[in-house]
Write a protein that binds this ligand. Sequence first.
Ligand code: BGC
Length: 348
Amino acid sequence: MRAVTVIPGVPGSLRLLDDYPDPANEEGPILVEAISVGVCGTDIEIIEGQYGEAPPGSDHLVLGHESLGRVLEDPTGTLQPGDLVAGIVRHPDPLPCPNCAVDEWDMCRNGMFTEHGIKALPGFARERWRLQPGFAVGLDPALTEVGMLLEPTSVVAKAWDHIDRIGRRTEWQPRNALITGAGPIGLLAALLASQRGLSVHVLDLATEGPKPALAGALGAAYHSGPLDQLDFEPDVIIECTGAPVVVLEAMCKVGPTGIVCLAGVSSGGRIIDFDAGALNRTLVLENNVVFGSVNANRRHWNGAAEALSKADPAWLGALVTRRVPLSEYAAAYSPGPQDIKVVLDFTA
Ligand code: BGC
């Protein structure tokens, strides 16, 4: 069968293999036919050779962690043939650490977790894959066109879950949220903020293209100027750019008792002249919290599936700015400036 692969650590090794083996039974009893796979920055880093790990005993890593497929067979009866399904990305470490032991693999403490399409497990950019029942998430049948957004939505569902948990340290009544970066993660974070009834603000450099209208359709205010000049104090900031200056300004800007969730990943290497003492002062005197958030566990995947089924399908569809047939796979991994989410289509 066909599969999109790389040799981790080797830039330029991206290939569409025609003769990749069918998924082994050991991968799980649920056999799935791929519909589509979303592409994200992590895939690009893996293709550039900066990230990623092949499964033990193999040189090749199948890409793809934002999955959507249709169940072909499920002898466990968890799902029915024809059901839409996505695969949970991360599997717990084998030790397991205290968090993986209670299925909180998103909080793995020893780094020995594995991730489909990223770290030591084959990804979902192949025509067929298999899942264990505990790692299969069924989706609303109405999400055939956009269900590959479940994985990035699970990431922001986790971010919001942890914001809530941190907020509960006090009487927590957030009124507004600022999302920095209007890429897929930022816009999905804004969607979840609007579903919570918050007054939502989205900040991004783009003044053209689909981003301002997508934010507007959620009822969010859209800003493209500097963060430190916003005329309000955010209760919550979800930072999705990973841009060092934005990260620092977010920490300074958040209001008293406010929470900053860092969800964007910087590439590192940029040195900034910055008054760390002033930051310390504001964080302490305002009881602020800054925390990082990555990945998602089963609870977040289920919450994300619910959030997507409540969202406007047309709005979700507009996040997908390009669908690339599998035969032209390489084009999916060169995002254009107007792209939000590019999707590799296995049905074309
Ligand atoms: C994925 C996460 C994963 C992280 C680190 C992200 O792109 O969405 O599920 O944990 O990369 O590998």
